[in-house]
Design a protein around this ligand. Structure first.
Ligand SMILES: *Cc1c(COP(=O)(O)O)cnc(C)c1O
Length: 246
């Protein structure tokens, strides 16, 4: 497979402007303040030049689903962009917890007790505390990361009480090809019950529905950076990422 050409810097800037306008319109329809929705630009598989183009267009918040890829791209950009915020949004292997704590400002994929323990230990060692979101596998998909719906409550309690972790919100990726709205609603209601203020839901294809359901963060990749140079599956959106248990 030949790699598609990455979009030029001006195309990335134009895409960002378009997505922000759509976010503002979706907020207006929902009677929400657009300042309450953070756009996370998902740059996985795209080169550092694409991230630089987005930074030049004023985008400061980015998402990557692989720690190694993030560690290769982002630390070099930070000195010139002190406002840069990096979210790790992909399933996280326990042995990558320390690298994730070192590189990320937000980890959105906390989803099991062993990972909670590893992140807590990494925070102690690194003296650095990324914001933490718990990922819920709302569609009960075996290949996907995320804690099961009916285990989420106990897991949140364990994160707080056993591991001393301050979880600030929840993340989900609804099953492909299904109406995402029931998943978004469930996550929003569960977050409200648990007193969690941050919701990460909505991607290129469904961020407007997520805004209608109350999300505070949307994770948009292809609508900003174009098609990924390799398939989402290889990029860890599907199968591979669930394998790193332990
Ligand atoms: C890749 C990815 C996205 C972005 O997907 P697009 O459809 O390209 O917007 C969002 N969230 C997660 C967890 C991802 O892995």
């Amino acid at each position: 497979m030949t790699d598609p050409l990455p979009p030029a810097a001006d195309a990335i800037a134009a895409n960002l402007a378009r997505i922000k306008a759509r976010i503002a319109e979706a907020c207006a329809r929902a009677g929400r303040d657009p300042a309450g929705v953070t756009l996370v630009a998902v740059s996985k598989t795209h080169p550092a030049e694409a991230v630089r183009a987005a930074l030049a267009a004023g985008q400061a918040v980015f998402g990557e689903n692989r720690v190694q890829e993030a560690a290769g791209k982002f630390p070099a950009l930070r000195p010139d962009h002190p406002g840069l915020r990096l979210h790790i949004i992909g399933g996280l292997q326990t042995n990558k917890a320390r690298d994730a704590v070192r590189v990320a400002d937000v980890i959105e994929s906390l989803d099991r007790p062993k990972l909670a323990a590893a992140i807590a230990e990494a925070i102690r060692r690194e003296g650095r505390s990324p914001e933490l979101l718990v990922q819920v596998n709302t569609g009960a998909e075996p290949q996907k990361s995320g804690i099961a719906r009916d285990e989420a409550r106990d897991f949140l309690r364990a994160c707080r009480e056993e591991h001393g972790l301050a979880v600030s919100g929840l993340m989900c990726i609804p099953p492909e090809g299904e109406d995402p709205v029931p998943h978004f609603r469930w996550l929003a209601e569960f977050a409200a019950k648990e007193g969690l203020g941050t919701l990460s839901m909505g991607m290129s294809g469904d961020f407007e529905s997520a805004i209608a359901c109350g999300t505070t963060q949307v994770r948009v990749g292809s609508a900003i950076f174009g098609a990924r140079p390799y398939p989402a599956q290889a990029a860890g959106l599907a199968s591979g990422q669930a394998l790193g248990q332990g």
